[in-house]
Design a protein around this ligand. Sequence first.
Ligand code: GDP
Length: 302
Amino acid sequence: NKFKEGLAKTRNQFTSKVNDLVAKYRKVDEDFFEELEEILLQADVGFETVVELMDSLRFEVKRKNIKDTTGIQSVISEKLVEIYEAGDENMTELNLEEEALSVILFVGVNGVGKTTTIGKLAHRLKGEGKKVMLAAGDTFRAGAIDQLQVWGDRVGVEVIKQAEGSDPAAVMYDAIRAAKTRGVDVLICDTAGRLQNKVNLMNELEKIHRVISREIPNAPHEVLLALDATTGQNALVQAQTFKEVTNVTGIVLTKLDGTAKGGIVLAIRNKLHIPVKFVGLGEKMDDLQPFDAEKYVYGLFA
Ligand code: GDP
């Protein structure tokens, strides 16, 4: 069970703290709630989400007339899933065409695991029988094109690229043409994630969007933002900024295996209302999983 394995760090800290708390208090009272709140905050669940969770937990405890802490974990799990799933269905499905070329645009700052994620996703889609192609749209960062090529070779998919410094929109144009000619199902496009200059980033992404949607009216079908779970609340700030410059349709939360603060998934969902579509649970090709709130929450308490 990849989820359980990948969440080991978070589970070890969070769950053992909750279990200790349950043993310590036995009775569900204000002191218990307060300490639970602190544990959730330490796991990076985020202030607003914690407040919402505590409210619904208090309500449930009253409604069900729960007096002692035995089994309170399952009530907490239920409420966590409820908060995550509020309002949406089919959140993790990628919105791809059945018969025609689909385009996925990847955004995110350097170092978050964007290239790795593109490689993993290409591998995953290929495994589903799809013909996949990559577009090396990060023409800015030295080495980004080669790094994408390494993943292309590893996974066995073609990479469309130009020289470093060339216009990313031109790379996209080439890639779409090539993808159409070769009967590709999914084209995954890398982009440069330079948040330092918001206006430049916005202009660049707008131009890329323009070129892509001129060739394929519904495209890009997905704009996926890669965020590094180990950066905690910083990831949230990045997400907010990207949300301002482009229409992010989903988040890939990388390196969830590398943090004990896995609660960030809930914070992202609750604060930004953008679904987490995939999570990265390791460095290997297979370590990308569609996010599943139930598996995640129950993985924490398993
Ligand atoms: P980029 O600059 O955003 O393209 O980042 P890279 O794809 O080069 O990844 C940066 C580092 O993070 C590399 O060492 C990756 O192996 C590592 N990495 C990426 N995703 C994950 C993940 O889900 N788990 C772990 N543990 N490491 C990851």
